[in-house]
Design a protein around this ligand. Sequence first.
Ligand code: PMP
Length: 354
Amino acid sequence: MRNPLDTLRPDVRAMHSYVVQDATGMVKLDAMENPHRLSPALQAELGERLGAVALNRYPDGRVDYLRQVLAAHTGLPAGYGLILGNGSDEIINLLAIACNRPGATVLAPVPGFVMYAMGAQLLGLNFVGVPLTADFELDTPAMLAAIAQHQPAIVYLAYPNNPTANLWDDAAIEQIIEAAPGLVVIDEAYQPFSSKSYLDRLARHPHVLLMRTLSKFGLAGVRLGYLIGPQALVTEIDKVRPPYNVSVLNCECALFALAHLEVFAVQAQEIRTQRAIVSAALGVLPGVKVWPSDANMLLVRVPDAGKTFDGMKAKGVLVKNVSKMHPLLANCVRITIGTAEENERMLAAFQTSI
Ligand code: PMP
């Protein structure tokens, strides 16, 4: 019998696992989570609700209801529908499965969210990353040239982008959408913190889809992402979704959160307020550059990112050193906005680690 590992794809064996840093006992500012927990009263109410869920049945009925609630919450254009995923990560894979034809390409600006490339690679599609400009804007001529050359099945535009935290220029987005021969997915994972959304422009283009998630909103542990698009397109893509991909527990937590929107709206506002405070405090430090942010993170350039990351970690604050992700991110760290108290600890650790 041969080595069972030899049965696996060589490219899978050559891959690195998605690294999740151990944050035990640390101020965790590495993954754009909402730092606020539910109040004890709400947590208890949710516990009671989850205690009453029928776990012996598959989740379909309740998930259909969640889809309707999310559609109403989002305010879909007429004739639009949505697909639910186990986080937007799963939606990215579903899109790759649905578009996977020989030679199909996924295209996105880089540095960007790593799952676009990973989803493409795992499903056997080509991935083309088009570098941003040095100031992390879309390089529109380069994007248009790459679209003309590669004729991508899917173009991803994260709006705002991760890890650069910025929104793209509206005219550049429209040019890219008009040039794209396939689907364009506007990824609004950070919409709760953003000054803009593409939602009210969505119905202009039948090949544009909008992806959102409840993760950054405050439910990263729940795993619920969704894709909004013209119903005919959504119906076709939904065929590749594994039945029951969203559990009754995910579903019940999401419904609970959507029934308490005001709590999350206050948290998002608090995070935006803290973002301004942290950004100003970091921006005045010598040798430090902070980019504008429409998300719950700041991209920060320091003289030596390795030193800053290690120094902060030694002081109990975990951020993400993104320097190795892309040459444009040399000496950059990405800092998630935490609670006021966490941010103070972060700033103290940062100041003594540059
Ligand atoms: N899109 C972007 C741009 C992200 O940064 C992330 C998470 N970091 C996601 C999507 C994935 O979100 P989810 O938790 O819904 O899988």
